[in-house]
Design a protein around this ligand. Structure first.
Ligand SMILES: C[S@@+](CC[C@H](N)C(=O)[O-])C[C@H]1O[C@@H](n2cnc3c(N)ncnc32)[C@H](O)[C@@H]1O
Length: 199
């Protein structure tokens, strides 16, 4: 359960490229995020290109971990490690039009040790209800695994591409402090509701 004595939450409606400039060097324990893949997922404008965020993220955080697609790994500087998450029951698409293939890369910058560098999810853990108001929410089981391994209880985790707030919910569940940034006002409101409603 969330312990409000030990954890804090700060949600920012804004552009993370601007907001991260205000954060001092290495003051964030970990960034756990799911940035735009630049693949125009389901025609979404915000997914049209990959923002230039990674250098600023590495400046402010001791550890950075994020999900991306197999083809977009090469849009980033050489990482310290690459893991993956996978799900047997997903569609098998090796290329072309959207959907999840059987595995996706997880990119690591920084020296924190993940004893296991892959996460298997069952279909039920991957699913969100039909009509969920964000087009690409990540499974809570995946994000909880990343949060738990990226920083200890009481640490501060930032998600600069918060979307519907999955990382915030995971941080609450696991007693980490959370800072979330989201550009889109509607998604920001969804995240706010999700994170505060799960108290
Ligand atoms: C892949 S989604 C994140 C989904 C999230 N992991 C979840 O579970 O809901 C990426 C999000 O980044 C947001 N975004 C794109 N560019 C941004 C920027 N410059 N600053 C802040 N948020 C941005 C988009 O609006 C979108 O909601």
């Amino acid at each position: 359960m969330f312990d409000s004595q030990r954890s804090s939450i700060e949600l920012i409606h804004g552009d993370c490229l601007e907001e991260m400039k205000k954060i001092p060097n290495r003051s964030i324990d970990a960034i756990v995020t799911d940035p735009p893949y630049g693949l125009a997922f389901r025609g979404e404008d915000w997914d049209g290109k990959i923002p230039k965020w990674i250098e600023e993220a590495r400046r402010i955080a001791k550890f950075v971990v994020f999900t991306t697609a197999p083809t977009t790994l090469w849009d980033y500087p050489r990482p310290d490690w690459v893991g993956c998450w996978y799900r047997e029951a997903s569609n098998s698409r090796s290329q072309l039009k959207g959907g999840f293939n059987h595995w996706s890369p997880i990119v690591f910058y920084g020296k924190r040790k993940f004893w296991v560098d892959s996460k298997k999810l069952h279909a039920i853990q991957h699913a969100y209800p039909k009509g969920f108001p964000h087009p690409s929410p990540k499974p809570i089981a995946l994000i909880e695994w990343l949060v738990e391994n990226s920083a200890d209880e009481g640490a501060t985790i930032l998600d600069p591409f918060m979307g519907s707030g999955t990382t915030g919910v995971a941080c609450k569940n696991l007693n980490r402090n959370f800072i979330g940034i989201e550009l889109d006002k509607d998604y920001f409101e969804i995240a706010k509701q999700r994170i505060y409603d799960t108290v």
